[in-house]
Write a protein that binds this ligand. Structure first.
Ligand SMILES: Cc1cc2nc3c(=O)[nH]c(=O)nc-3n(C[C@H](O)[C@H](O)[C@H](O)COP(=O)(O)OP(=O)(O)OC[C@H]3O[C@@H](n4cnc5c(N)ncnc54)[C@H](O)[C@@H]3O)c2cc1C
Length: 427
C-alpha cells in the first residue's frame, strides 16, 4: 500500500498534531465525494456539511499534502489576474459579481479560524512592494479599482513609509492591505480537516481516486474501495494528473520554490519586517516572503514550468533573498522545498460542471489561498441549486495552451522568460 508522506518542509516540521486517518477500504455511500484535501476540497466539504450534506473526502496522500500545505502562507485578495482584466473580458453583470467576490476568501478564512478555533498563526497585513515607478502606478490604479468594489483597508506607501514596514532598499513604494495577512498554511488545512470531521464528514488519506464511473449515480474508485455519491467535487488541482482528461488540456502544473531560514531572533526579525506583515513584489515572476511565529524568514519565488523538481532549491532562491536582505548572508537555510500550483492561460480559475453531477474548481494560477476558500462556498451554493455566483466563474473563457500537452511547457517558459526580462529591465 502506498504511503506518501509530507515533503520535508518547515510546515511539516512545525505541524499541529493530527489524528491518523483511515485508508478507504470497501464501499461507502455519501451525498458528495470530494477528491483532494487541499483548501478547495476542505472548504467545499465544510460549507456542504454546514448545509446538511453527507461528505466523504478522498485524499491521495495526506491532508494539505499539495500546495495548501506548502505555500507562502500569504492571504492575498482578488485573483491572479485582477478585476480590471475581468472587466475587459466579460460582460458587466459577470464582472460585477466576480469583483464583489474578490475579497470574500480572506473573510472566509478569518471566519473559519474564529469559528473552529484553528491554531494557524493568523496575522493581519500584506504589502505589495513596487520596484519601480511603473509598479507604483499600477498599485495606485489597483487601490482605486479595489475601492470601487468596496475595499476600505488599503494604504499607499511612499518610499519613506515602505521603509517603516519592510527594511529593503529596493522598493520605491507599495500598497498595504490590512485585510491581507499570513498564516501557517498546513496548520490551516489541518484545522479545517478537524472541523470537517467535527461535523461528521469523513476523510480518507492515502486513498487516491483512480477512476470516476460517470452517470446518474457516479462512483469514485480507489485502489481498495469505492464511493457512490450523488455529486463529485474534483479538487486535485496541480496534483490531479489525468483523472479527468477534459481538465488537463487547459491548465499546466508549475512548481514554485520556498526556503526557510534558521530562527533569526526577535531583534533581527524586527529589523526586517517591523510590523510582521507579509510582502510580495510586483514583478511578473514575483518574490514573496514573511516571518514565521518562531521568527524565521520564509522566502519564495521562481517558477518551474511543467512542475519538474529543481535539484538545488537553495541555490535558486537564496540569491533572491540576499538581494532583498543582504544582511542575511551568514544565516543558515534550514528548509527548502517545492510545490505545484496550476496555471491557466488567462491566469483565472477554471470552474465548471461535467454532466449533471461532477463539479470542479482549479487553476488559480499562484494566488489561491483566498480564492480556494471562496471556491468551496461557491461550489456548495451550486450544489444547493444557487448557481449564479458559480456561473460567473464557470462562464470565464478558457483556452488550451499553445502547443498542446507536448509543447505547452517550453512555450510557457518562453513567455515567462520574456516577462522575466521585462521585470529585470523595469518595464
Ligand atoms: C510553493 C507555493 C507557494 C504558494 N504561495 C501562495 C501564497 O503565498 N498565497 C497564495 O494565495 N497562494 C499561494 N500559492 C497557491 C496556493 O497554495 C494554491 O492555489 C492553493 O493551495 C490550491 O489549493 P487546492 O486545494 O486547489 O490544491 P492543493 O492544495 O494542491 O490540493 C490538492 C489535493 O488533491 C490531492 N489529490 C490530487 N489528485 C488526487 C486524486 N486522484 N485522489 C485524491 N486526492 C488527490 C493532492 O494530494 C492534494 O492534497 C502557492 C503555491 C505553491 C505551490
Amino acid at each position: 500500500m502506498a504511503n506518501t508522506p509530507y515533503p520535508q518542509s518547515y510546515y511539516a516540521a512545525s505541524a499541529n498534531a493530527a489524528p491518523p486517518r483511515p485508508v478507504l477500504q470497501g464501499d461507502v455511500e455519501t451525498d458528495v465525494c470530494v477528491i483532494g484535501a487541499g483548501y478547495t476540497g476542505l472548504s467545499s466539504a465544510l460549507f456542504l456539511l454546514e448545509s446538511g450534506f453527507r461528505v466523504t473526502v478522498l485524499e491521495a496522500a495526506k491532508v494539505g499534502f499539495g500546495a495548501s500545505g506548502r505555500n507562502g502562507g500569504q492571504i492575498v485578495n482578488s485573483y491572479s489576474r485582477d478585476i480590471d482584466v475581468i472587466e475587459r473580458s466579460v460582460g458587466p453583470r459577470q464582472a460585477q459579481l466576480l469583483g464583489q467576490m474578490a475579497f470574500e476568501g480572506g473573510k472566509i478564512i478569518r471566519e473559519r479560524v474564529a469559528k473552529y478555533q484553528i491554531q494557524c498563526d493568523l496575522k493581519d497585513g500584506g504589502v505589495f512592494a513596487a520596484l519601480n515607478s511603473k509598479h507604483m502606478g499600477h498599485l495606485e490604479s489597483q487601490k482605486r479599482l479595489w475601492e470601487r468594489y468596496g475595499h476600505t483597508q488599503l494604504e499607499l506607501l511612499d518610499e519613506r513609509r515602505i521603509r517603516e514596514v519592510v527594511a529593503c532598499d529596493n522598493y520605491v513604494g507599495g500598497l498595504l492591505d490590512m485585510s491581507g495577512g499570513h498564516i501557517h498554511p498546513l496548520n490551516l488545512a489541518l484545522g479545517e480537516a478537524a472541523a470537517v470531521e467535527s461535523l461528521g464528514g469523513t476523510i480518507y488519506e492515502q486513498s487516491a481516486a483512480v477512476r470516476i464511473e460517470r452517470g446518474a449515480n457516479p462512483v469514485v474508485h480507489t485502489a481498495e474501495g469505492k464511493v457512490r455519491a450523488k455529486f463529485i467535487i474534483v479538487a486535485g488541482n496541480a496534483y490531479l494528473g489525468n483523472l479527468v482528461p477534459e481538465l488537463a488540456a487547459k491548465s499546466m502544473p508549475c512548481g514554485t520554490q520556498v526556503i526557510t531560514t534558521a530562527p533569526l531572533g526577535d531583534e533581527l526579525a524586527r529589523t526586517l519586517l517591523p510590523q510582521d506583515y507579509c510582502v510580495e513584489d510586483c514583478n511578473y515572476l514575483l518574490d514573496y516572503y514573511r516571518l514565521t511565529r518562531d521568527k524565521r524568514l520564509i522566502f519564495g519565488g521562481g517558477v518551474v514550468y511543467g512542475a519538474r523538481d529543481p535539484a538545488n532549491i537553495e541555490a535558486i532562491i537564496r540569491p533572491k533573498m540576499l538581494k532583498a536582505f543582504p544582511k542575511l548572508k551568514d544565516v543558515k537555510i534550514d528548509y527548502a522545498w517545492t510545490g505545484n500550483f496550476l496555471l491557466t492561460l488567462s491566469r483565472l480559475p477554471q470552474v465548471g460542471r461535467l454532466g449533471d453531477n461532477i463539479y470542479y474548481s482549479q487553476g488559480c494560477s499562484g494566488h489561491g489561498v483566498t480564492y480556494t476558500h471562496l471556491a468551496g462556498k461557491v461550489l456548495a451554493e451550486a450544489l444547493r441549486g444557487q448557481a449564479e455566483r458559480f456561473d460567473a466563474f464557470a462562464d470565464l473563457p478558457h483556452y488550451p495552451f499553445p502547443g498542446g500537452q507536448l509543447l505547452r511547457t517550453p512555450f510557457a517558459a518562453m513567455g515567462a522568460w520574456y516577462y522575466g526580462l521585462r521585470d529585470k529591465l523595469g518595464f
